[in-house]
Design a binder for this molecule. Structure first.
Ligand code: HEM
Length: 395
């Protein structure tokens, strides 16, 4: 019934307005001179656009008028309402807050995100992204990639000094390798898709063109959404798998003080993982991993009970982008050392085994513990009771 009355009022208003608009100029002048009361149907007051006083804007208090007052002197002029919308005032919405938390709010209120001006939150977020994260994040990634390339060019691969003995030690069990590679593959998928989403428009769009780049970004965005949870789960497994051997030890201080022997060229003895690896573990896997995963799960809207407002997503995005750039930088160093930076490292993670010489040269204290019988040279066989696949180290 209410709807019907509203429709009738609208129709009446339209018909009346159209009639007015089509009336001859003399009739319009007469109507403007003697304003007729607008017909009210169902309590709704119509407004005659020809009743507008052209000089209404010169009246005192014009700028302070609310929308109702303005409608009386200038029907159809909704500037006060839109000014409020622009200032972030929330209007009434009957939609449930849990499902449409911001239905009554078109433009977010003013905020100042770190690095932005005081402006609407959407614009503030855009400023942080486009003026800080993208240029400085991109520059940092390029600088680190360049530094690693320069390091490799000057120093080359870190080779073994002694000859290989042929005697193998199991460095990573099949479980440890599976956990690591599941995590590494998810990480690479996330890194590539993330980089294309953030920087693709600068280096791929000009080459691929809009259509192809649009499809690529669309596919990679979905890859990113699905690889994220896989990364999160495998990261937790990696964390607990490698936790014990990444606990700080006294010898780590010496390792750090000597910078891992980078400058002297003399390796500093370490246990199974050296202090550099432990920094990556605690800072990269735990610290940054937690921030990246938590903010990523917010962006994926996978955290139950959270109110997903635009502000939540903007903050999650900024945190995610900064943390992922730092994480990528950290893991670029890790990937470098795990592939072309150090002879035998990649093979250790691929096959699970290292030569005795490798163990002695890179992780001397770990090697000593194996020789002393404190750590079995083949842990997976020891765990399953199977015969060692490769001849263990001779103690
Ligand atoms: C393509 C990517 C990657 C490659 C090629 C790679 C390679 C390697 C290699 C060769 C090792 C053995 C190092 C040693 O024997 O001491 C290793 C260890 C390890 N990697 Fe990776 N990795 C990659 C990505 C990742 C990612 C994304 C993470 C975690 C976010 C990760 C976490 C670890 C951990 C926890 C260890 C054990 C040593 C430690 O605690 O530092 N790796 N990786």
């Amino acid at each position: 019934m209410k709807n019907f009355l509203c429709s009738m009022a609208l129709l009446a208003g339209l018909a009346w307005g159209t009639a007015g608009a089509q009336a001859p100029a003399s009739a319009q002048a007469a109507s403007a001179a003697t304003p007729a009361a607008a017909p009210a149907v169902g309590g709704i007051q119509g407004q005659n656009i020809f009743q507008v006083k052209p000089d209404a804007s010169e009246e005192p208090g014009y700028a302070q008028q609310n929308n109702g007052e303005r409608a009386k002197v200038q029907p159809g002029n909704n500037a006060p309402m839109w000014r409020q919308v622009g200032e972030g005032v929330t209007g009434y919405s009957s939609l449930p807050k849990s499902q449409a938390p911001e239905a009554g709010n078109l433009i977010q209120p003013f905020v100042q995100y770190p690095g932005s001006r005081v402006t609407n939150a959407g614009e503030a977020w855009r400023q942080v992204r486009n003026q800080w994260i993208i240029p400085y994040g991109g520059a940092l990634l390029l600088i680190v990639a360049g530094a690693i390339a320069l390091f490799y060019w000057r120093k080359g691969m870190m080779k073994l000094h002694g000859a290989e003995t042929g005697r193998k030690i199991e460095r990573f069990t099949p479980f440890e390798r599976s956990a690591h590679w599941a995590n590494a593959i998810a990480f690479v998928a996330l890194a590539i898709s993330g980089l294309v989403m953030a920087f693709g428009k600068f280096f791929l769009l000009p080459i691929l063109g809009g259509t192809l780049f649009g499809w690529l970004a669309y596919v990679l965005k979905n890859v990113h959404n699905f690889a994220g949870p896989l990364f999160a789960v495998s990261l937790v497994i990696v964390f607990f798998t490698f936790l014990k051997d990444n606990l700080p030890r006294r010898e780590d201080i010496t390792w750090l003080a000597k910078g891992g022997g980078m400058l002297s060229g003399q390796e500093v003895p370490s246990h199974r993982f050296n202090a550099g690896e432990k920094v990556v573990f605690w800072g990269g896997v735990l610290g940054l991993g937690f921030i990246v995963v938590a903010s990523g799960l917010v962006l994926d809207m996978l955290i139950p009970g959270l109110l997903y407002e635009r502000g939540t997503m903007q903050i999650a995005h900024m945190v995610h982008a900064v943390a992922t750039v730092v994480m990528m930088v950290m893991f670029m160093g890790h990937i470098y050392m795990g592939t072309i930076g150090m002879q035998g490292a990649y093979k250790a993670m691929r096959t699970g085994y290292v030569d005795e010489t490798w163990a002695k040269e890179h992780h001397e204290l770990w090697y000593d513990d194996i020789r002393a019988g404190k750590i079995p040279p083949q842990r997976s066989a020891a765990a399953t009771g199977e015969a060692p696949a490769v001849k263990p180290v001779q103690a």
